[in-house]
Design a protein. Sequence first.
Lengths: 133, 133
Amino acid sequence: MKPRISLITLGVSDLARARQFYERLGFPVRKESQGDVVFFDLDGRLVLALYPREALADDAKVSAKGEGFRGFSLAHNVPSEAAVDAALAEAVKAGAQLVKPAQKVFWGGYSGYFADPDGFLWEVAYNPFMDLT
Amino acid sequence: MKPRISLITLGVSDLARARQFYERLGFPVRKESQGDVVFFDLDGRLVLALYPREALADDAKVSAKGEGFRGFSLAHNVPSEAAVDAALAEAVKAGAQLVKPAQKVFWGGYSGYFADPDGFLWEVAYNPFMDLT
């Protein structure tokens, strides 16, 4: 396998609400979006998809039962501490919940977390040691 | 916010096992990996990180309690049906569990699912309508 993730699909409980949130964040909707699937074009040939949670589980032939911590996070890196503050504020304005206010962290960076309307965790980070912006 | 995911972190229960799995898949480890974090360089300026599940929850200041379906999937798209079969076989050989054998799917593509050692779902897909390979 090539070291590649082509697409990340989030299973959501309210597709319209989730779509609106990511549109407010400025994520561009792909023209292939239709019915109960929404695709957003991200930088770097990566696509973020939204799909109903039950349908996603059904597609993988697994149970949709599950609760609590999902065990993963997405990170959005930015080039400065001020940019972390700005991105978190923008997410909250778009409807996110602030989970962890931005702060200096043990590994030497500066970051905070927000949750999207379905509770998916996004870290917004400034990492002075690894430029992923 | 730019439409960008810089990093995806999977919270794992056995870091050495998870690292070995992704190394067997051929994912290149970044030099910044150290202590209890492992970074893999993916195509498209995306990094896959492995980090202990409890530590990831703690970093976000949320409870690590959770079980069942995580509500998301990663997808690895390839350019043909045969390449789907090959990638799934490679993942199983590396230690994945085959969750859904490759098959023609309702949207006109061909795909299957595997789970990594921590149960994270990967779809391997051939999509004749959206080239993400």
